[in-house]
Design a protein around this ligand. Structure first.
Ligand SMILES: [Zn+2]
Length: 304
């Protein structure tokens, strides 16, 4: 089955494509946390026989001011990366990039919203060197933009986080980091912004051009209903009360501005707008892509 790939969108003068690393299956009860099942099962997608829900693995590829930028790197395909929760045949991020004519060497910047294993797996790949398997950065010319607190937490995991903060995704890139304490302009159009809650160092990426902006919210939600309903906070969030405040503030800003909202775990491509109903509730509306594929090489920014 051909996987969906290359859905293209535009924010002002910035084009981006949603690239795909397959599907991740996760326990639906853990995703919805303290929300009772009788409430979430009305909105959740069908679960598998192990009560898991399918989660998308939507990453963004964009070009801004001559930089080719990859936001998020999915589950990966190293030994141990993909198991029953993320089937091996679906480690499709590099295939998705290749379908758009983009090689790993061309990526200048990789951005990780946080370092859970389903968001940074393709940071590194296994390579055979004289019979020994070694881990190498997948994107050999890239610098990796990561929040400094997130890096610290990920490289010093505790009993709760050590199953998802994995040295194999982190150690090989340790000499290519751009660790950020707060807001950081990757370019004047692509801005890395702290949005704590899911983890303390969790960040989002704002794309801004002209009067328009949009935001890739990372793991602020695993299902769109969690963006709509303030107290529906994932059981995976480390700071649930902070998540509620962060979400309310950012989603209200998005409604006001008509901003595009992109998130990792929505069904492909996971792009929509947050709106307000007449009753005053937030409501997610899917936004269809403007087209398939993305001609990054012909982008006007390449030819100033
Ligand atoms: Zn995640």
């Amino acid at each position: 089955m051909a996987l969906p790939n290359g859905a293209r969108y535009r924010i002002g003068g910035v084009d981006f494509a949603v690239v795909n690393d397959g599907t991740y299956y996760y326990d639906a009860g853990a995703v919805f946390g303290v929300v009772p099942r009788m409430m979430w099962e009305r909105v959740a997608p069908p679960l598998d026989e192990r009560y898991r829900m399918p989660l998308g693995l939507n990453c963004l590829l964009l070009r801004s001011r001559g930089q080719t930028i990859l936001i998020e790197t999915g589950v990966g395909a190293k030994p141990g990366d993909r198991d029953a929760a993320s089937p091996a045949e679906e480690g499709t991020l590099l295939t998705s990039l290749a379908a758009l004519g983009v090689t790993p060497e061309e990526i200048d910047v990789v951005v990780n919203t946080h370092l859970h294993a389903d968001h940074c797996g393709w940071n590194t790949s296994a390579s055979v060197n004289g019979g020994d398997e070694v881990l190498v950065p997948t994107f050999p010319n890239a610098r990796y933009v990561i929040n400094a607190t997130e890096w610290e937490d990920a490289t010093h995991p505790n009993e709760r986080t050590r199953a998802t903060y994995l040295a194999r995704n982190l150690d090989p890139i340790a000499d290519r980091l751009e660790l950020m304490d707060g807001e950081h302009q990757i370019t004047d159009e692509v801005i890395f912004v702290p949005v704590p809650g899911h983890t303390e160092g969790h960040s989002s990426v704002v794309i801004r051009s002209g009067q328009e902006w949009g935001v890739y919210v990372g793991d602020m939600a695993q299902h769109r209903v969690q963006l709509e309903r303030t107290p529906w906070v994932s059981g995976l969030d480390i700071l649930p009360l902070v998540s509620m405040e962060t979400k309310k503030r950012l989603m209200d800003e998005c409604i006001e501005a008509g901003a595009l909202v992109m998130f990792c775990h929505g069904p492909y491509p996971g792009v929509g707008r947050m709106t307000r109903t007449e009753e005053g509730f937030r409501k997610w509306v899917d936004v269809a892509p403007e087209g398939e594929g993305l001609d990054l090489h012909a982008h006007p920014h390449d030819h100033p």
